[in-house]
Ligand binder design. Structure first.
Ligand SMILES: [Zn+2]
Ligand SMILES: [Zn+2]
Length: 328
């Protein structure tokens, strides 16, 4: 599926800045016509060039003519997402966020934040499974409170024992787990939180202009991570409800979880890959909130240059002093 402009025939993309479909050729807005051309998944329906895709690619860009293509068979049927968070952060904003975050890191290589390099950033819709749970946490523990006081020469210790009982019903709404093998789970977790209020029903038009992937594994196979997240959160809620005791010893912990549903969803992420001295560094900008994740590569040349600058100024000071002495 390609989105073409009904005014000029150009390739219409989703604009994060305008929150509309946009034709960069005639600057038309909401002027898209979707064209489904019979095509093989690896061939550009515009120029016939071969498109590099892998088994999970659902939308891509032709490297010959720049046409954005959404692969119908990978956004329909079993692969049709229920929800999507359309990009809110455009490419220029994503580049600025990278610069704002890393420009003060003086040891970064010069090219790291160069215009040319940052232009290689690509927006990508990452597949996620969102899980809903109803949970019940039945807990019993023994708590103690210790009071110590002194009267005359005698120190008294009083220990009071309490039975702590909690029965909590917690409904978890949309616990996110990324469904892309290529992306690091921990990094995707750091991308959170996404603002769920802006989730909308899926439409393939939001993918025009961006790369996309189908889920790499099923909701069932990836569920253990969601359960673990929900369990940790339930444990946190329980802990925050128990305070004021000197010691707490659990006697019974019974956490029951019932899955209420799953939602196949696409989340927006800007990706920046930077290779330095044979190592590839990956940076991610949350395409909705602008949160930046990644650590800066340290340039060996920069570290040396910095040291060299310091040595040079010492030398200058030495020379100045000597000059003054000579005048005297
Ligand atoms: Zn146009
Ligand atoms: Zn093409």
């Amino acid at each position: 599926m390609i989105f073409t402009c009904r005014n000029c025939g150009g390739n219409v993309v989703f604009s994060p800045e305008k929150q509309k479909m946009y034709c960069p050729y005639c600057e038309g807005e909401d002027c898209e016509e979707s064209t489904v051309k019979p095509t093989t998944v690896t061939q550009c329906s515009n120029c016939g060039g071969e498109i590099q895709i892998n088994e999970y690619t659902s939308s891509s860009k032709c490297s010959y003519c720049g046409q954005h293509i959404v692969f119908d068979e990978r956004v329909t049927g079993a692969y049709e997402p229920q929800l999507i968070l359309p990009f809110k952060i455009g490419k220029e904003d994503a580049k600025k966020l990278m610069r704002d975050t890393f420009s003060k890191k003086i040891f970064a290589p010069d090219s790291f934040l160069s215009e040319v390099k940052l232009n290689s950033m690509e927006g990508m819709y990452v597949p996620f499974w969102l899980y809903d749970y109803d949970t019940n946490y039945d807990y019993e523990g023994k708590g103690t409170k210790v009071r110590v006081w002194r009267s005359g020469n005698t120190e008294y210790t009083e220990t009071s024992y309490y039975t702590i009982q909690r029965n909590m019903d917690v409904a978890f709404d949309k616990v996110p787990v990324d469904a892309s093998f290529a992306l690091n789970d921990e990094i995707m977790d750091l991308m959170e939180p996404y603002k769920y209020g802006e989730l909308i029903d899926f439409s393939p038009k939001y993918m025009s202009g961006f790369f996309g992937e189908i889920y790499n594994d099923t909701a069932d196979n990836l569920e253990s991570r969601a359960k673990q997240k929900a369990e940790n959160d339930a444990e946190g809620l329980l802990k925050s409800s128990i305070s004021g005791y000197t010691t707490v010893t659990p006697i019974r912990k019974n956490l029951r979880m019932q899955k209420k549903g799953t939602h196949y969803t696409l989340f927006p992420v800007w990706l920046y890959m930077y290779t330095y001295r044979g190592k590839t560094y990956r940076y991610h900008v949350n395409g909705q909130t602008g949160k930046v994740i990644g650590t800066v590569p340290v340039s060996v040349a920069k570290v040396c240059a910095y040291g060299a600058t310091l040595a040079a100024s010492f030398a200058t000071i030495g020379l100045l002093v000597r000059t003054i002495l000579e005048i005297l």
